[in-house]
Design a protein around this ligand. Structure first.
Ligand code: 5GP
Length: 208
């Protein structure tokens, strides 16, 4: 059956409150899933310890970022916690055209913009098991000041209000289970009927 080759890759968009574990889930997914690629975003925020330019993000200044906006080079962008974040368009579209799935780990404002331009995307919301667990995770990772943590926690309820725009939600209480659920979503999306009966019959006939 040759039908699958005809379809471009799928775009998976993962969002969720800061500390819900999107990054960890994405990392595991990339290690364990074939033909899946993470889009590296561009940001004006300062690198954290251990972050690598071009791998974690493309770190840049405001002027360069705004030039990218003006040049239409971003699939979407948003200002999150006072910094710009955006998805470079060309890399994503090239991968999708080649048949590679792409995963975007982006905030809700960005996800909505992607949905407007790319309604075929699959939108997944990662939820923390509770607010107290969220606070514990944000404090535990030690990358943000107490003030930044409070800012992020304060934003959480606003972020949760976007849930209805998403196709799926996954609670990240036990990491293994959350990863398994996201993988199941990827498999389910690839099992959707994405061709006509005519195309299906023609492809089987070709092999006869
Ligand atoms: P962090 O600073 O913790 O790496 O990311 C802060 C927030 O920005 C997270 O919610 C993350 O998902 C979001 N983010 C990262 N890259 C992008 C992007 O390219 N576009 C948008 N809209 N949000 C992004």
């Amino acid at each position: 059956m040759k039908l699958k080759e005809k379809h471009p890759g799928k775009l998976f968009v993962l969002s969720g409150p800061s500390g819900a574990g999107k990054g960890t889930i994405c990392k595991r997914l990339l290690e364990e899933t074939e033909d899946l690629s993470l889009s590296v975003s561009m940001t004006t925020r300062q690198p954290r310890t251990g972050e690598i330019d071009g791998v974690s993000y493309f770190f840049t200044d405001v002027e360069t970022f705004e030039n990218h906006i003006a040049g239409g080079e971003l699939l979407e962008f948003a200002k999150v916690y006072g910094n710009y974040y955006g998805t470079p368009k060309r890399a994503v579209l090239e991968k999708l055209t080649r048949g590679t799935d792409v995963i975007l780990e982006i905030d809700m404002q960005g996800a909505l913009k992607v949905k407007e331009n790319y309604p075929d995307g699959v939108f997944i919301f990662i939820l923390p098991p509770s607010m107290s667990e969220l606070r514990k995770r944000l404090t535990g990772r030690g990358t943000e000041s107490a003030e930044a943590i409070e800012l992020r926690l304060g934003e959480t309820f606003k972020e949760l209000s976007y849930i209805e725009k998403y196709d799926y939600c996954v609670v990240n209480g036990v990491l293994e289970e959350a990863v398994a659920r996201v993988k199941a979503i990827v498999i389910a999306e690839h099992s959707k009927v994405a061709f006509t009966a005519e195309e299906l019959i023609a492809s089987y006939k070709e092999e006869l």
